[in-house]
Structure formats: C-alpha cells, structure tokens
Design a protein around this ligand. Structure first.
Ligand SMILES: Nc1ncnc2c1ncn2[C@@H]1O[C@H](COP(=O)(O)OP(=O)(O)OP(=O)(O)O)[C@@H](O)[C@H]1O
Ligand SMILES: [Mg+2]
Length: 181
C-alpha cells in the first residue's frame, strides 16, 4: 500500500465487520518529536487472547472467502519499516484498539494520503456506525463526530446528496486548516 489512509481504511473496515457501533480514529502528527501515529478504537465484538496473539500473522483471519488476511500484517510491516510498530489490545465483547506508530521523518514512512476520501467513504457507507475522527498536527486539531452531526440533521440521512456534498466540503476544509499558513 502506498498511503497510510489506505491502511486506515482497512482497519476501519475490520471494526465495522466486528459489529462496532462506534469507531474512533485519532491521528497525531508530531514532526518535532518525529512521530506519526494513529489509533483506531472500536466497541465491536473483540478478540480472545489466543486469537489476538496470532492476529499479526497473515494466516489468522475469520474470513470465509479466503484464508489469508492482510490488513493487520501490512500495517505492521509499514510501521516497522520506519522503526515503529503496532500495538493491539482487545477484549471479547468489549472492543479493540489498534495503535500504529511511525517515525515521522523516515524515508519509508508513507504519506497519509487521502484521509478525506477514507472518512467520507466510511461515514456515508455505514450510516448506522458512528465515527469520531480526530486529527492532530502540531498544535492544531480537527475533530469530527457523526453523533453531533446526526443530532443537528435531525433524522435527515447522511446519504442525502446535499448532506454528502456538505460533509465532503467540511472534511476537506477541516483537513486544509491543519496545514494552512
Ligand atoms: N477490530 C477488530 N475486532 C474484532 N476482530 C478483529 C478486528 N480487527 C481484526 N479482527 C480479526 O482479525 C482478523 C485479521 O484481520 P486482518 O485485517 O489482518 O485480515 P482480514 O480482515 O481477515 O482480511 P483483509 O484485511 O485482508 O481483508 C480478522 O479476520 C478478524 O477476525
Ligand atoms: Mg482487514
């Protein structure tokens, strides 16, 4: 994978497959400390201890269509190739948190890529799942919570064309605000 946002999309999809009703993504970019990290926390069905021990192996999957699962192993490889790594904690019936840490300035650290598309895709494709998105860059922060948006929309679907157009703009502007002069 060329972009961290594609790893993120994959890990978010794991959370949705696990039946999560709330998924939190927090990205922290800290050039001064030379750290680029994110965590994804969900309240899905979780994994038991034995499964968790082996989950970074490609041959550990609950997929039924194929016997190899690459989402977590690929993320692990990407993080480790920058001198970082991943950490997973999970509890059956409670949820899962996956954290990935990269060295910010490492030559092999992939760019974040199109995180707006990633968030827009999951938010509009899985309307019954709530997403809390936090992106910190230096001392700036962009935060987006679908629970607040849904309250304001008062029953109007996120998949309404006008709402989708607004959502895309809102995400784009929020992200742009992190780097604007
Ligand atoms: N957030 C999660 N909650 C519960 N189980 C999870 C979670 N993330 C991963 N798993 C379990 O770990 C397995 C491996 O995940 P991984 O993303 O590496 O592969 P996959 O999702 O099976 O396949 P792929 O990502 O290649 O489509 C999953 O099949 C699932 O059983
Ligand atoms: Mg996966």
């Amino acid at each position: 994978m060329k972009e961290i946002s594609l790893h993120i999309l994959d890990i978010l999809q794991n959370s949705i497959t696990a039946g999560a009703s709330l998924v939190e993504l927090c990205i922290t970019e800290d050039a001064e400390k030379d750290i680029f990290k994110f965590y994804i926390k969900d309240n899905g069905k979780g994994m038991d201890k034995e499964f968790l021990k082996n989950v970074t192996s490609p041959f550990t999957t609950k997929r039924t269509t194929r016997k190899v699962g690459l989402g977590i192993p690929l993320l692990k490889l990407a993080a480790e190739s920058t001198g970082g790594g991943i950490n997973i904690s999970s509890e059956l019936g409670v949820g899962t948190t996956i954290e990935a840490v990269f060295s910010y300035s490492h030559i092999d650290r992939q760019p974040l890529g199109n995180i707006v598309d990633t968030m827009f895709t999951v938010i509009t494709a899985y309307e019954n799942t709530d997403f809390l998105y936090i992106h910190k860059s230096g001392d700036r922060e962009f935060k987006f919570d679908t629970r607040e948006i849904k309250k304001i929309l008062g029953g109007v679907a996120l998949s309404e064309p006008d709402v989708m157009a607004w959502l895309l703009d809102y995400l784009k502007e929020g992200e742009a605000g992190l780097t604007a002069e």
